[in-house]
Design a protein around this ligand. Sequence first.
Ligand SMILES: *Cc1c(COP(=O)(O)O)cnc(C)c1O
Length: 418
Amino acid sequence: MKYNPRVNEVVSRIEGIADAHPYRPESLAQGCLQIMKLLSDCLLEITGMDAITLQPAAGAHGEFTGILLARAYHESKGNARKKILIPDSAHGTNPATAAAAGYQVANLKSNAQGMVDIAELERMVDEDTAALMLTNPSTIGVFESEIHKIADILHAKGALLYMDGANMNALVGKVRPGDFGADVMHLNLHKTFSTPHGGGGPGSGPVACKKILEPFLPTPVLTARADGSLGFDYDRPQSVGRVRMFYGNFGMFVRALAYILANGPDGLRQTTEDAVLNANYVRAKLESTFELPFKTQTLHEVVFSDRLQARNGVKTGDMGKRLIDYGFHAYTVSFPMIVPGAMMIEPTESESREELDLLIDALKQIAREAVENPELVQTAPHSTRVRRMDETAAARKPVLRWKGPAENVLVDSAAKDW
Ligand SMILES: *Cc1c(COP(=O)(O)O)cnc(C)c1O
């Protein structure tokens, strides 16, 4: 998890920013509009795109908005097209987005390096393909080495390249999606630009696009008026319409801009390099302990599998829970789906070498326990007040309202009458 600098919080609480009302007239909100304009300009520079909306409230919401732009674009050309290609390594929100936007999802198999299989892509793209939704680097941290070719194959058939920008922490200051052929993408300010991630948000998932998609951006669109002031343009006949009340999660814009300006171009590039270095340090230290299913060079994250430990009945979820006993938040468990028993570690740039070493030592120790005393790991955590949840009941019969202590202490209590 990326560190959320305190200065972001200080800046977002400045009077005039924190208490700005969304109904405030434009003429009295010029400072806030300038924050949005400056953030938009920075994000366009970072992504190499031409136009942007800050409205979407999260990554998944950004995806949906971006695919609506693609749909409106194809409809404006008289061919709505039917399907969207999605690699099998994709985040679950990608197929969900495509389906929610009314498309058929076509599953694109990855090759042995975990990249898009070019021959398979060429076979699948046709005049009915609206877009490929591609996460680059992918969810196993692999950069698509043939990204230009992928974009060319799509464009030759009139299809668009949607870039899921959730992994931009591996690219900022190094490469720009707009330069490698992406037509539309979302950013997760809460993943890449240090706005808070936890507790259900609020997140922010701006969508940036090329000129050809600009007419379809959600309204209102932030524009500069002839007199130099900023205002909102509602007169966009081809717009997909509003996707969020008011203008998006403004407090997140302030935090992301504070982070970008505090780092500057050199700082952002350094951040990317440190995030990649950290992930590769973890990889090098642990690859003799855990199976590494894809040996391809990786960027900001590394994905191991539990295959060696599973021989003793110890699964990724068990080791993740055991990490709690060692004082660490678990890595991402069981995802991505192309790696059975996945253990995904994304340290980001925020952790020091000392902290990484502690994590590495803990994981090595857990791997030893998996051999010597598997039950210790299988029954973890041991140090917490609440031990193992009934995960089936948590999914099937979630307790979402506070009903008083007796019913809320454990999900287990809900499991009894399930
Ligand atoms: C996190 C993530 C998303 C979804 O973003 P949210 O902000 O959680 O909605 C989409 N794609 C990828 C690859 C992600 O990692």
